[in-house]
Design a protein. Structure first.
Lengths: 115, 116
């Protein structure tokens, strides 16, 4: 157990639907990062939050949004889902606003399948 | 792109042999990190080497960094079947609390298979 908790582990949903992925960072970590991993795109950075505020944005579609709550857990909302959104979604956390000397701690991911 | 690129894409060896994976990148870096991913699971941080370091060891892992060539290598000595996984290099992370360089850029990875 890495200390980063992601729920749910698996999600199967239909095109056009909306889902919410949840991440609880490791205790003491202030930064949360979301990544999407697919076979054709590899690991793509989506967005970073640090202590409740958006810190950096990557290749995140407008249909996707995220937030970090006061208790530091984060949610990634995916809407108007398309078949191409099927992927593994990872959350990672770090103590500071950067990866620091110890790197990221990753959760085990949510496997999203859009049918 | 800041993404690292690993080479080879796939590597298949016998237990006890050494495995070497390479990573090339295009921009200047603060540090370079290596991660391992077992099939369908989260990535695990293995080792970080700073831009002013040339070599670092951690157990059976040895990482080198050549900033003049913008390349790094990961050597796993005396490999075991349990080392079977994908290995990724990542660049872009900073150290400062106020750094905007928190995001990491990952390559496509090297799939290592170690046969018993």
């Amino acid at each position: 157990d890495s200390g980063v908790t992601q729920t749910p582990k698996h999600l199967i949903t239909a095109t056009g639907q909306r889902v919410t992925l949840r991440c609880s960072p490791r205790s003491g970590d202030l930064s949360v990062y979301w990544y999407q991993q697919s076979l054709d795109q590899g690991l793509q950075f989506l967005i970073q939050y640090y202590n409740g505020e958006e810190r950096a944005k990557g290749n995140i579609l407008e249909r996707f949004s995220a937030q970090q709550f006061p208790d530091l857990h984060s949610e990634l909302n995916l809407s108007s889902l398309e078949l191409g959104d099927s992927a593994l979604y990872f959350c990672a956390s770090s103590v500071a606003g950067s990866s620091g000397a110890a790197g990221y701690t990753f959760g085990s991911g949510t496997r999203l399948t859009v049918v | 792109s800041q993404q690292g690129e690993e080479d080879p894409q796939a590597l298949s060896i016998q237990e006890g042999e050494n495995a070497t994976m390479n990573c090339s990148y295009k921009t200047s870096i603060n540090n370079l990190q290596w991660y391992r991913q077992n099939s369908g699971r989260g990535l695990v941080h293995l080792i970080l080497i700073r831009s002013n370091e040339r070599e670092k060891h951690s157990g059976r892992l040895r990482v080198t960094l050549d900033t003049s060539k913008k390349s790094s290598s990961l050597l796993i000595t005396a490999s075991r079947a349990a080392d079977t996984a994908s290995y990724f290099c990542a660049t872009g992370g900073g150290f400062d609390r106020g750094s905007t360089l928190g995001r990491l850029y990952f390559g496509r990875g090297t799939q290592l298979t170690v046969w018993p």
